[in-house]
Ligand binder design. Structure first.
Ligand code: ZN
Length: 132
């Protein structure tokens, strides 16, 4: 990774941290859902970071391809590593997206804090009415 890419990533991560802080303070005001909202913000942030890293990997692959076009020796193992890194990051993103989908399907009971399904009219644990 070259210095300019590293510098850019640093800047992006700085603003990303502010976004998490903002999400966190907004979440504190809504009370019960705080933990869930912060967790979701963290998952979104991880997905954002991974997508940024994938973009960098694509750029590196592009450079290897272009160097090959220029007649330089192709670094095939580096190319394979980059492709594998992108596969791994995509798998990771997929697992975070699945967890986000789970959060969106659930609702937290305002009385006991149980994790209930969005389709439930009443809490499965304490029986309180759920606002859906
Ligand atoms: Zn409950």
């Amino acid at each position: 990774m070259d210095d300019k890419v590293r510098e850019l990533l640093g800047k992006i991560k700085e603003t990303a941290t502010y976004a998490v802080d903002a999400a966190g303070s907004a979440a504190r005001q809504v009370g019960q859902k705080t933990g869930e909202t912060i967790e979701m913000a963290k998952l979104n942030m991880k997905i954002f970071d991974l997508n940024t890293e994938i973009g960098v990997n694509f750029r590196e692959i592009g450079r290897i391809v272009y160097d090959t076009h220029l007649g330089k020796e192709t670094d095939e193992s580096a190319l394979k590593d980059l492709l594998k890194a992108i596969d791994d990051k995509n798998d990771e993103i997929e697992s975070y997206r699945a967890r986000l989908a789970e959060f969106k399907k659930s609702v937290i009971c305002p009385v006991c804090g149980a994790d209930c399904a969005k389709t439930d009219a009443f809490c499965k644990k304490c029986g309180a009415k759920l606002e859906n």
